[in-house]
Write a protein that binds this ligand. Sequence first.
Ligand code: GDP
Ligand code: GDP
Length: 463
Amino acid sequence: MGATVAIIGRPNVGKSTLFNRLVGKRLALVDDTPGVTRDRRPGDARLGDLRFTIVDTAGLEDADKSSLEGRMRRQTEDAIQTADAVLFVIDARAGVTPLDAHFAEVARKTTRPVILLANKAEGRAGESGLYESYSLGLGEPIAISAEHGEGLADLYDALKPHVDRVTEEEEAKREEAVTNVDVDEDGEIVDDEEPVGTRERPLRVAIVGRPNAGKSTLINRMLGEDRMLTGPEAGITRDSISVDWSWRDRHIKLFDTAGIRKKARVQEKLEKLSVADALRAIKFAEVVVITLDATMSFEKQDLQIIDLVAREGRALVIAINKWDLIEDREAAWKKIRDANERYFNQIRGVRIATLSGLQGQGIDRLVESVFDAYEAWNARVSTSKLNRWLDKVTANHPPPAVAGRRVRLRYMTQPKTRPPHFVAFCSRPEQLPESYTRYLVNSLRETFNIQGTPIRLSYRKGE
Ligand code: GDP
Ligand code: GDP
């Protein structure tokens, strides 16, 4: 995989705007992802022929003020750690603030290349800030406007030495190698007719999770049990390996990132793989299994992975590992259910399998859950059923009226599966509140029993 580039800087300088600019429209398409975990989300960025993973450190604005600085500092240090290059952003209109200076101090300590970006520099408003920013000791600033897309050619030149370039041909190949499934121009996986789980068409499953959750143990257990092991075969990329595994008569291609990380040994490499790894594993997979340690509490990083799965549109199963260590299982299960209600609403009804990779318990149930999630991911609802449903839900709870005129939803179809994607024709889609979309998505889920997969709902304008 290519390089990782981190965007750092104090709140409000335009990091997210720059992130979105570099990642393009793809992320904006998602309609069922609340902004719970904006920080350190990796994305696939492109700038000309440069391809890299970009990590944003935004999202702490709402944090508790007293701990804000410390947390930001830690997060920034983390981001720098995992990056091949760092984009340090300031607001050229605001000039250099004490907080900028504070972060610059952190940034100056790294051996990674730091590129100083003076953002919001469209027009002439940013000029004095631009000159002021020399004082940060981070070299020559590049004036950009993330919002208006200015200065990107200079950014390209600055990044070029640190980032891989690809030709279109290589890119096509790479896409194929990374996902190894057919994707159309929107990045959606194209249906293929062959039944999944056969030797010819194994189900693609990635096992992800925080370090020490027990991924390697689980995979080794899966592969070790009297089950036919036909791999490991040469990896999809140089740092990853897929392994063919069969369970009963169903075939699975497991994406094993954990084992490889263990082999890498080099500490720095190990640190670095974790961010980009999750994303790559998720892209590879049809179903993602996130492994959580039952003895640890649920963390932000876990949410981030779930968020990524939702964004990439994969099916999800949650594996609660080390269940053998839990004494009061009822209490533990209650905690998991609470977390489920609080955090997993992007992928409502996600299947949760408790297991012990070490002792080999619960693996059958895990695999069943994986195939169930795959089915939900492939769910297709007929147009007639959809429209009967639409009549009913809009009658029960009509869309709001804006300026005295009711927004109308007329018709709905499902053009895509994997994940299920619905399109509703709406008189004024821009006036439909987010909460109404959530209401529709939740009702779709419940009515048609689509659990454990993201659901896309978009609108077309039409009377
Ligand atoms: P973050 O907190 O660093 O992620 O900052 P955001 O990306 O959320 O941007 C903060 C504010 O600055 C938003 O209101 C943006 O619209 C605005 N902004 C971002 N980039 C530019 C720019 O290039 N020019 C101007 N004028 N405003 C910008
Ligand atoms: P990874 O970093 O996610 O690949 O985690 P490992 O598979 O290396 O496991 C981390 C630690 O947790 C090791 O000491 C394992 O022996 C232990 N471990 C993994 N799975 C289980 C389990 O199901 N039960 C118990 N008790 N320990 C486990």
